[in-house]
Design a protein around this ligand. Structure first.
Ligand SMILES: O=C(O)CCC(=O)C(=O)O
Ligand SMILES: [Fe+2]
Length: 397
């Protein structure tokens, strides 16, 4: 597996637009001050000029700032789906029986879904879902808006660059390997007000669909995440009250990732290996492969099934389940011919209470694994350790 020598915010001096933290200031969390206000965002710029995939503009080599040391380079290509065997197929779960918008129609079919989700969480920490209730039309609209944004000229995108210390805006991930830059750009959203401001700045005359599709998509994702959580908790056979403390009236954050085509994809990375900090993440993978998950020490390329959404368990849910379900390490790789966009919704727990395991999952055989810690402590730790973040909260055996 890759090693992870990951820089923190404090040693960066040229990271304009970089992600200061996985959580927005709108959730009232404190972040270390960003030191990078006036620096040149060279990594974004050198990617952004290739945003239209024009072969004339794509360099024949990966520039040095994106070059991974040889021992850290990915060996599994973006579409290396062939390594699967029957026992290694990533689960694709049909959610039709769960009827996102209403009552359960078929109880037996629903029980099957609960069992499939339980197995997927236990064995993978990851699954894809189909018939999830999010209309194709909405998915296409949001993808269209994301494409519209990322293919703007660089200086237009910079009009909405993430200000230092803020979460929302255009920038690149801090999820990176040491000083090597990710071959990706991001657009981070926190709420409707700032999203409407971005839209007004970018397209003063034509921004209704951008704003509407953002609102509809985040609303759907919130609803879907809540439903998935009910299914997950049902599969654990535990008291729901503990989980509801974290999930009632909570929301999430949307992020769009853009991975331009790359001349030498196996010398760089789109996003380095990490786990997500939150409860669960719902990802629209687009049509191009690129997401990879780690299972039993091997990297596995995720095949984007048409119309499917991907779901991964985050660190917070790992703690709530006392590590019965693991937060899955994942990364993104790039390819030579196709740019890729992913739409990522991070469902975030209520941040005001300590994150502690469900008492029903703490037993003599499986004692409590984590010291109590709050969400702020976790997100600070995440800025330093993108993988194995939770090891820093383990109770001594
Ligand atoms: O691009 C993807 O498929 C995954 C992105 C991701 O893991 C993230 O944004 O946290
Ligand atoms: Fe992620």
């Amino acid at each position: 597996m890759m090693s992870h020598n990951i820089g923190s915010r404090d040693d960066d001096d040229d990271d304009v637009g970089a992600d200061p933290s996985p959580v927005p200031s709108s959730l009232h969390l404190q972040h270390p001050a960003d030191q990078s206000e006036l620096a040149t965002p060279w990594s974004l710029q050198s990617l952004a000029v290739h945003a239209d995939d024009s072969p004339l503009r794509i360099p024949s080599h990966v520039p040095e700032q994106f070059l991974l040391p040889e021992h850290l380079r990915p060996t599994v290509k973006h579409d290396d789906y062939l390594i699967y065997n029957a026992h290694e197929e990533i689960p694709v779960i049909d959610m039709a029986a769960c009827n996102l918008d209403g009552d359960v129609v078929d109880v037996t079919a629903m029980e099957t879904v609960v069992a499939q989700v339980r197995d997927a969480c236990l064995n993978w920490g990851f699954f894809e879902i189909i018939n999830h209730g999010v209309e194709e039309e909405l998915l296409s609209r949001v993808l269209r808006q994301a494409t519209r944004f990322f293919t703007l000229p660089y200086l237009d995108k910079m009009k909405v660059v993430k200000p230092p210390g803020k979460y929302s805006g255009y920038g690149h991930a801090t999820v990176k390997e040491g000083d090597v830059r990710p071959w990706s750009e991001g657009f981070y959203f926190t709420d409707e007000t700032t999203t409407a401001e971005f839209a007004q700045t970018l397209w003063p005359e034509d921004n209704n669909d951008f704003v509407d599709s953002y609102s509809q998509y985040t609303e759907k994702m919130k609803h879907l995440s809540g439903r998935l959580m009910q299914i997950i908790v049902a599969g654990l056979g535990v008291n729901v009250a503990h989980f509801e403390q974290y999930t009632a009236n909570t929301g999430g954050l949307l992020r769009w990732n853009y991975y331009p085509a790359c001349p030498e994809p196996l010398k760089t990375f789109g996003l380095t290996a990490h786990t997500d900090f939150n409860l669960l993440t719902v990802v629209h993978l687009g049509e191009v492969g690129g997401l990879q998950i780690e299972k039993d020490g091997k990297w596995i390329a995720v095949r984007p099934h048409p119309g499917a959404l991907a779901v991964n368990i985050g660190d917070t849910l790992q703690v709530l389940t006392n590590a019965r379900y693991k937060s899955v390490p994942h990364r993104a790789v790039v390819n030579t011919t196709k740019s890729r966009i992913s739409l990522v919704y991070f469902w975030v727990p209520l941040t005001s209470i300590n994150i502690v395991p469900s008492p029903d999952l703490v037993t003599e055989d499986n004692p409590c694994k984590y010291k109590p810690f709050n969400f702020d402590a976790m997100t600070k730790m995440k800025q330093m350790y993108f993988l194995n973040t939770l090891d820093h909260f383990l109770l001594e055996e």
